[in-house]
Design a protein around this ligand. Sequence first.
Ligand code: QAP
Ligand code: CO
Length: 173
Amino acid sequence: MSRLNILEFPDPRLRRVAKPVESVTDKERQLAADMLETMYASRGIGLAATQVNEGVRVVVMDLSEQRNEPRYFINPEIIDRQGTQACEEGCLSVPGIYAEVNRAERVTVRALGLDGEAFELEADGLLAVCIQHEIDHLDGKVFVDYLSPLKRRMVEKRLRKQQRLDKAEPARA
Ligand code: QAP
Ligand code: CO
C-alpha cells in the first residue's frame, strides 16, 4: 500500500469528470487500498479517486469510530433520493474549511463492490451526505460550489494564502 497525494481546491484537476470502471481488477483494488490508506492517514471519512488525481469512478469511505469498517463504491449511482437535510461538511481537498450544505436526507445507491458484484444500499444521515459528497467529486464538483459566490471567494483566498505559506515554509507545514 502507498499513500497518495491529495489535490487541493481550487486545483482545476478537481473539475475533471471521472470515467466508469469497465471491469474491477487488481488495479482498481490496489487504487482503493491506497486511497483507504491515504484517507486514514489524513483522518478523513470519505475520499474519491478524483481527489488523488485518478480519473476513475472509485470511492472509499469509513464512518466508524474504530476505523475498521471500510466501504468501497465503484461506479456509484444514486437511484433514489428523498427529503432534505443540512449538514456541516468538510473535505480533504479543502482543508480547514467547514460549511453547511443541503443534501437529500435519504438516498439509495447502486454500485459495484471490490469483487465486481453489484449491490444496493439505502443510506440516511451522515452516510447519505458522505455518498452524495463523494459522487459529486467524481462529477468534478466540490462542496464549496454550493456556497454563495462571496463565501466561495473567501474560501479560495484563505486556501491560496495557506498554500503560499506551505510552499514558503514546508518544514513547518
Ligand atoms: C466528506 O470529508 C464529508 O478540513 C468527507 O483539516 C465531510 O473526510 C461528508 C478532513 C463531512 C460528510 C460530512 C477535513 C480532515 C476530512 C479537514 C472528510 C481536515 C482534516 C474531511
Ligand atoms: Co471531499
